[in-house]
Design a protein around this ligand. Structure first.
Ligand SMILES: Cc1cc2nc3c(=O)[nH]c(=O)nc-3n(C[C@H](O)[C@H](O)[C@H](O)COP(=O)(O)OP(=O)(O)OC[C@H]3O[C@@H](n4cnc5c(N)ncnc54)[C@H](O)[C@@H]3O)c2cc1C
Length: 447
């Protein structure tokens, strides 16, 4: 059994790893275009700081990433967030305001007006959505929780997760669990009460690794479950009589898993996927810039802050990276990471390094009440195409791509363009794809 996985981000590596464990003896090759694997995930050290190019961590409440760490027998590398990182903030009227750490505390916080709070209390009495049209997150939020909850709660949350726009993103595609809760319980508040009484904790604790998220990539890369070819972009996957042939050679493959971004898949020539290229290029990938600063200790405690779009600022927010994971900073300095770009800030694609650092430091200094010369820039990471945006109607793209792949036995598609953008989503999809690959070989053997 010979399997090719195209794309060496977390989706491709995790799929190759789990498939290798599910099908011992399978020969699995992973092809990655870039010189190093990981996609948006990598960790760098500079001057005592440990920085991330992309994700900061994953939540321990969902099991699949942790399951992979267990399978690797590397539980000792896990690093849970510091308890103080519970303290999160948003910006309101230009100032940092603490976010309540428990839902009930919202009612004593200044984030919503009394009218906004009252509107949330009416949520259990709002009828369940009828019809199956795809709602945006803003439409859903206004209907169930009211305008203020969208502006001050959902908008910054969506910005923090997707760098996205609440008026465009699909609730059911981006947050399927919230959609299901409404369908199942008729109300989010009722669902929360019921689930609390069942002691179900859906989110868990933010978790990373001692050496950063890049450590997960390194551990997978050396796991021995597959052979990794870096600097090897695949342009063509052709179905032949005996199996699949790649333009990169390496013989005939019985199965191929495509784990590349939607725009990369659209550029490839893949037997069976010719008709979906247009859908694939329609998935927006806005730019992002990640700009870390060294900040003298004492100014950045907690998790960090997000900025609602109504505040009209030039940054999305900042993560207090060493407030979350203390070993990211030094004895004297905290590491604070400013995020710019996203779906409301395409101008970031055109900005040069100096403009990005200037913008980030000017904004951050204002919020931390420091002078700009008290912030030292210690790196910069740019993504011209960062996180795929699941706009309203995204499910049609996923269905079309799935149907096209299913028409070619042995061809599978995964990745953050389809099954969720979180690391936990990518690893869950890896288990599901590995099951499909196993099923394909079992059926083939039975023929
Ligand atoms: C700034 C930022 C912050 C984030 N923060 C978080 C966070 O805190 N928590 C969280 O859970 N998620 C976060 N995410 C999202 C998460 O990191 C991504 O969704 C996830 O890493 C995507 O993995 P992937 O493998 O699906 O895609 P990618 O990482 O995009 O990997 C795809 C790989 O395919 C390769 N490739 C492309 N074309 C070809 C080809 N033709 N041949 C071979 N290889 C090819 C690419 O080079 C790339 O390595 C963040 C993302 C960004 C950008």
């Amino acid at each position: 059994m010979k399997i090719a996985v195209i794309g060496g981000g977390i989706s491709g590596l995790a799929t190759a790893f789990v498939t290798g464990r599910r099908i011992p003896g399978a020969e699995i090759d992973v092809f990655e275009k870039n010189p190093a694997p990981g996609g948006t995930i990598a960790s760098y050290r500079n001057d005592g700081f440990l920085m991330e190019t992309g994700p900061n961590g994953f939540l321990s409440g969902k099991p699949t990433t942790l399951k992979i760490v267990d399978m690797l027998e590397k539980q000792d590398t896990l690093l849970p967030a510091d308890a103080k990182a519970e303290k999160r903030m948003i910006v309101k009227n230009g100032r940092l305001v603490p976010l309540p750490d428990k839902p009930l505390k919202f009612f004593s916080s200044s984030i919503l007006s009394p009218g906004g709070k009252l509107r949330i209390l009416k949520e259990p009495f709002v009828p369940k959505k009828v019809g199956d049209e795809d709602e945006t997150i803003a439409e859903f939020g206004k209907r169930r929780l009211g305008e203020q909850a969208v502006t001050w709660m959902l908008d910054p949350m969506v910005s923090g997760v997707f760098a996205g726009n609440v008026d465009k993103l699909s609730l059911a595609s981006c947050f399927p669990r919230i959609h299901e809760l409404e369908m199942e319980y008729g109300s989010l508040i009722r669902a929360m009460m019921k689930l609390r009484s069942k002691k179900a904790s859906p989110s868990g604790r933010l978790t990373s690794f001692e050496n950063g998220m890049g450590q997960l990539i390194e551990m997978l890369a050396v796991s021995g479950a597959f052979t990794l070819y870096t600097g090897t972009g695949v342009r063509e996957v052709r179905k032949a009589e005996a199996g699949f042939i790649l333009d990169q050679g390496h013989g005939v493959y019985d199965a191929v898993v495509l784990a590349v971004p939607a725009y990369s898949l659209a550029e490839m020539t893949v037997s069976g996927l010719e008709g979906v290229a247009e859908s694939l290029v329609s998935v927006p990938y806005p730019p992002m810039a990640v700009v870390p600063f060294a900040v003298k200790k004492g100014f950045a405690d907690g998790f960090g802050f997000l900025i609602p779009s109504v505040e009209n600022r030039r940054i999305l927010g900042a993560l207090y990276s060493s407030g979350i994971f203390p070993n990211r900073g030094t004895d004297e300095y905290d590491l604070v990471t400013v995020m710019l770009g996203g779906d409301r800030h395409y101008e970031v694609r055109e900005m040069d390094r100096a403009q990005l650092v200037d913008t980030a430091s000017e904004e951050l200094a204002g919020f931390l009440k420091l002078n700009r010369n008290e912030l030292e820039n210690v790196g910069i990471f740019r993504w011209q195409r960062s996180i795929p945006q699941y706009y309203s109607g995204h499910y049609r793209i996923v269905e079309a791509v799935e149907a096209a792949a299913a028409s070619v036995p042995g061809l599978f598609v995964t990745g953050n363009a389809f099954y969720g953008i979180g690391i936990n989503d990518c690893t869950l999809a890896a288990f599901m794809t590995a099951d499909k690959v196993l099923d394909f070989f079992e059926k083939k053997e039975g023929e």
